[in-house]
Structures are given as structure tokens and as C-alpha cells.
Design a protein around this ligand. Sequence first.
Ligand SMILES: Nc1ncnc2c1ncn2[C@@H]1O[C@H](COP(=O)(O)OP(=O)(O)O)[C@@H](O)[C@H]1O
Ligand SMILES: CC(=O)OP(=O)(O)O
Ligand SMILES: [Mg+2]
Length: 395
Amino acid sequence: MKLVLVVNSGSSSLKYQLIDVGAGVLAKGLIEEIGSDAARLRHNGRAPETRPAKDHAAALAWMLDVLPNASLDGLLAVGHRVVHGGTRYTAPTVVDAAVEAGIEELSPLAPLHNPVNLAGIRALRAQLPDVPQVAVFDTAFHATIPAVAATYALPVDVAAEYGIRRYGFHGTSCQYVTGRAAEYLGVPAPNLVICHLGNGASATAVAGGRSVDTSMGLSPLEGLVMGTRSGDLDPAVPFHLIRAGLDPADVEKILTSRSGLRGLAGVSDMREVRAAADEGDAGARLARDVYAYRIRKYVGAYLAVVPGVHALVFTAGVGENDAPLRAEVCGPLAHLGVELDEDANREAVGPSTPATIGHGPIPVLVIPTDEESEIAAQAAAVARGVAHSGPVQGR
Ligand SMILES: Nc1ncnc2c1ncn2[C@@H]1O[C@H](COP(=O)(O)OP(=O)(O)O)[C@@H](O)[C@H]1O
Ligand SMILES: CC(=O)OP(=O)(O)O
Ligand SMILES: [Mg+2]
């Protein structure tokens, strides 16, 4: 058995899976509403339990309570999703003190993510001191982005001194999805435009199986409209707000936690936005439309970047489940060769395997992502001392 515990700490949630690599998932769970008096845990699909969990440390302790001790015997590794690895960590890495310090140094560039990723590493190391803790970085798959796409037009010395460049995120998801698309299409190194639409959302251009551009940049704030993040805006906006008297930390909070769908419609969950829009709420309708329009702009841009695209791919919570959103994005793209099949689109809600929903010159696919299985495979390979085999092959 190659047993790996995968910990995916998000801004207010914790996902975990106990995986026998190559064989299957032995246990899985999700803790939501961390930080509240009524955090919710759903373990192995059972009815949710509720308990206070003031922070990720409390949520991690809860996870360890529900995982039977015996199941953690003989773990090969714990695999952690770590969002920002900068330019230093471009491959899965066993976390020692230096790596831990490196992840901490990068926290200001992923304030919703790296600190809680570290909380996971620390909690599991305390519990399982003899098991390697392996970090799998969201940024790693994007290390192949060429300078022309990674470079912001800032003074070269400023960018170098402060490490300002496009890093890109959701890379582990994109790597998994690229592997699945390669199998499904029968194209070993495909050209793709991937829309990963979850709480965070990003678009990625893949050429020959490698990332060549992506909408998130220095931090996971740039690009698409997200649940609580603004995505693209004029860089003058923060200065305008600061000059008007707002505190820089408050401006950051506005852009990362109070914007996006939440800022426009009052709620960050696309299901609630869509329900309100369907009932005629004007703010929710505009939020839905701005969200879809921004995705469409990036799809157009990346069709210009990647020659001979084999497929446009939708993935993650919104991408896999929200058929109307996919129609809103793709409907006006017929002139670019994107033609949705209405019935296939309607049927592809939460598919467990890849589904084709458009048969035009550029096929449209829904591919369910699985960051946890990708993390488990990479962590197992590192723990066994096997070099990871590269972006498309994956394992
Ligand atoms: N049936 C659905 N229709 C529309 N959106 C959905 C549906 N199911 C889930 N979602 C959206 O998916 C988002 C979560 O996606 P997920 O990929 O799990 O995010 P993350 O991993 O970033 O937490 C939720 O915020 C919700 O808006
Ligand atoms: C990087 C990022 O935005 O991740 P998530 O979608 O899990 O918030
Ligand atoms: Mg996610």
C-alpha cells in the first residue's frame, strides 16, 4: 500500500483524503465555516456534524479525531496543497525547517492561503513526526510560463528586487486536468484553454501540455471575478482608495474578501447568485453577467495565444456544475469555433468522468478536477525518492 493523507487547507475550509495511491480513496472529508461557532464536518459523505472551530488548528484536530488512528499507521507521506511556492519551489518538496520558512516568507503574496497551508503542515508534523510532510505547490505547473507572459512592464530593478512576476495558481488542478484531457482526447501533449472556476477562479493557456499563460499573477487576486476577490482592475484603484483615506490593509481586505460575487451580489456562492438572478435581482444579474463576460474575454485572449487548441475545458465547483454559466460564456463564441451542444451541456452537471459538451471546431469539455489525487501521486513519488515525471505524465 502507498498510503498518503492529503490536506487541502482553503481560506475557510479544509478538505482531506486518505488515499491508497493507485488503488483508491479510503476516507475523505470536508470541514467548512472554519472560524465560526458552527463549523461543519462532512466525513465520508455522512450527515454533517457541527462544532465550534475557531481556526484551522482546531479543524485539523477535528480531522484527526474522525480519522481512525489505525488508518494513519504506515503512512508513506502527508501531501499538503501549498498555494504559493514563488520561483524557489517548482516541484513537490519534503518540508524541512528551511522550506517551512520559505513558505512563510511567501505568505504576504497569498494571504488567504499560505498561512493556513502552514497550519496544516505544523499540525500534521506534530501528530506524525516520522512521516514526511510533502508540499505540492499551486505555482509549480506554471513554472513553464515564458518571460513574455510572466513579465509585468515595471522597472526591471523593482520587479527583480521585490520578486514581481506572474506566478500563476491552481496549477495542481490544471496539471491533473491536462493529464485527463490528454487521455480523453488521445493527444499526449494537448493545447488547451482551462477555466478553473471554484471559490478562486482562473483561466490557463496550455500549449503542448505545458502552461504558457494564466490569469492569476503575483498573487491569486488577478484575473477572473471570484467568490470574494475582484480579479482584474485598474492598478490605480487601490491608490485612489488610499488617497481618499482608507487604510492599505483595509483596501487589501476589500479586494480579497469583500469583492467579486460577494461585492456585487452580497453572496459569494454562485448557486445563491444564480438563484437570486433567476428571481430577478438586478445586482445578482449584473454579478452573473460580469463573471461570465470576464471568463469569455480570457478565453478569447488565450485562443489567440495558443495555436490549434484541442479543447476548451471547464472544471472546479462552478465549471463542473453550472451549465447555464457555461452557456453564458460559450454562447457568443461561435465565430471563434466554440459551439455548445445544449443537451450535452445540460446533462453534464457534476460528471464523474470527462464529458464533451460542444462539438464545434474547438471541442468543449467538462473535466472533474481532483487536486487531492494529483497531490497524493506527487507526494508518494517524492517520499519514495522517485523523481516526479513532469507536467503531463503526472505519475
Ligand atoms: N450546482 C452549482 N451551480 C453553481 N455553482 C456551484 C454549484 N455547485 C458548486 N458551485 C460553486 O462552486 C464553488 C466551490 O467550488 P470548489 O471548486 O469546491 O471551490 P474551492 O475548492 O475553491 O473551495 C462554490 O462557491 C459554488 O459557488
Ligand atoms: C489559489 C486559489 O485561489 O485557490 P482557491 O480557489 O482554493 O481559493
Ligand atoms: Mg479549490
